[in-house]
Design a protein around this ligand. Structure first.
Ligand code: 9YW
Length: 442
């Protein structure tokens, strides 16, 4: 059943209040307590939310993030912006990016990894929502930001894909989906992970620490950061020596969608022929790369562990990369839609809502309350919703929007949701959930 007009209006107000509550002026906290800084892909979703309230503020969000872009083109996964009264671990001293000549100069402080490039999708939405009277100003701001976004995509297409495979290599679980079972085997191979002494703060900031990654995970996450630091965040050296290199089909899919979004904005941005041709080449290469990872037997797209030289055959949300890329051909689309509504995913009889869980309940690593190991993440369902619309599957897309809004109306503007009960988990008042709520209720 779809949500009523009253519920939509109520959700809209609540979502706007969350964004305003987390607004730090020119950037937005990912959540009030647990994530007090500016996160990269959160900011992109947040800009989509702001675009419904104030397109200028939405542009500022992206501009602030890109102000911390590295000389390599990398947009860091986190910009440390909150003061010392907002503890977050690991902080800038753990990352110590001063080791890299490519890191931004002080006082800007960032981490040394990145997250999926949702930013161009945000820029596209901002432009779509820009009222005519504001178009001259927003257009000129887009013209400044656009080349920086092209550079960001260039970083991903080169430093993170030296093989020119069309697939992005992820260096760290914190590059999006922290404790996803997709990384389990690669992390298990790291047997000597003994990072320096540390104290977590995240586990005391959620009602139940079992909703967060374990200490075993954190030992490995932090040890990996130590290795990145040791290699001075030099991508070429990391590629030669570092133990965690994974061709991530979800990350790659977002880059494909983002390259298409930049091409769509090329006229607005006044892009030259060089940029247009380059974006087209990356787009074609990305699509071919993703197609090469599609498994016709299962209908899933599969990640690849570069170091181990092995496929990662798990049923998680990432397996729907051809849909997220908005580039599935008709055969792949049909196979993926069948799988999406099968008992392994949205058709599982115990699900509270027919939404895509982060891992299949049929997968052995599935945990219904544990972060990226099973819960439903609204932003992932937003990406699926937008993709299905663009692929012409609007009836299924409408259901995803409606179920997502019902879930948020019942559970709150949470970070993630228990798939069987719909209960809110993790951090309350999560900015990116508020942002997609604003987009869904427009
Ligand atoms: C952490 C902010 C971030 C997201 C990530 C998510 C989580 C932070 O929160 O990571 O401390 O583990 O996994 O995707 O950007 O919302």
């Amino acid at each position: 059943m779809s949500v009523t007009a009253n519920t939509r209006a109520m959700l809209r107000d609540r979502a706007a209040a969350v964004l305003h509550g987390n607004d730090a002026g020119s950037w937005t906290k990912a959540s009030p307590v647990l994530y007090p800084h500016q996160w990269s892909w959160d900011s992109a979703f947040i800009a989509i939310g702001w675009a419904h309230l104030d397109v200028q503020r939405a542009m500022t969000e992206l501009e602030q993030l890109f102000a911390a872009q590295w000389a390599t083109g990398m947009v860091p996964h986190l910009v440390f912006r909150a003061g010392p009264d907002h503890p977050y671990f690991p902080g800038p001293e753990w990352w110590d990016t001063s080791a890299s000549p490519a890191a931004p100069a002080p006082p800007v402080k960032t981490t040394g990894i990145c997250q999926p490039p949702v930013h161009a999708l945000a820029l596209q939405r901002i432009w779509q929502l820009t009222p005519e009277a504001r178009q001259p100003e927003i257009r000129s701001r887009i013209q400044v930001l656009y080349p920086r976004m092209v550079n960001w995509h260039r970083y991903l297409a080169t430093h993170r894909d030296p093989e020119a495979s069309g697939l992005v290599t992820t260096f760290h679980p914190w590059e999006g989906t922290d404790n996803s079972p997709r990384w389990d085997r690669a992390l298990e191979r790291i047997t000597v992970a003994k990072p320096g002494p540390y104290t977590r703060v995240d586990t005391s900031e959620v009602p139940d620490p079992s909703q967060r990654p374990t200490n075993w995970d954190y030992d490995r996450f932090l040890w990996l950061v130590e290795q990145l630091r040791k290699y001075r965040y030099d991508d070429a050296q990391i590629y030669r020596e570092y133990p965690f290199l994974i061709k991530d089909v979800f990350f790659s899919a977002i880059l494909i969608a983002a390259n298409a979004a930049l091409l769509d904005l090329a006229d607005v941005a006044g892009a030259g022929d060089d940029d247009r041709e380059q974006l087209t080449r990356w787009l074609d290469r990305g699509r071919a790369g993703l197609a090469s990872r599609f498994d016709t037997q299962t209908g899933l797209c599969i990640d690849y562990d570069v170091r181990a030289g092995e496929d990662i055959r798990l049923r998680t949300f990432a397996g729907f990369a051809p849909l997220f890329a908005r580039s599935a051909d008709s055969g792949q689309r049909a196979a993926q839609l069948r799988l999406l509504d099968s008992e392994d995913f949205c058709g599982h009889p115990r699900l509270r809502w027919r939404l895509l869980p982060s891992a299949s309940p049929a997968e052995s690593g599935f945990q219904p309350h544990d972060y990226w190991r099973g819960p439903v993440w609204p932003v992932i369902n937003w990406l699926l919703w937008e993709a299905l619309n663009m692929l012409g599957c609007s009836a299924r897309a409408d259901e995803i929007r409606s179920d997502s809004l019902s879930q948020i109306a019942a559970g709150g503007i949470g970070e993630y949701f228990e798939p069987f009960t719909g209960k809110q988990l993790g951090s309350p008042q999560q900015s990116w959930t508020a942002a997609v709520t604003l987009d869904w209720t427009a």
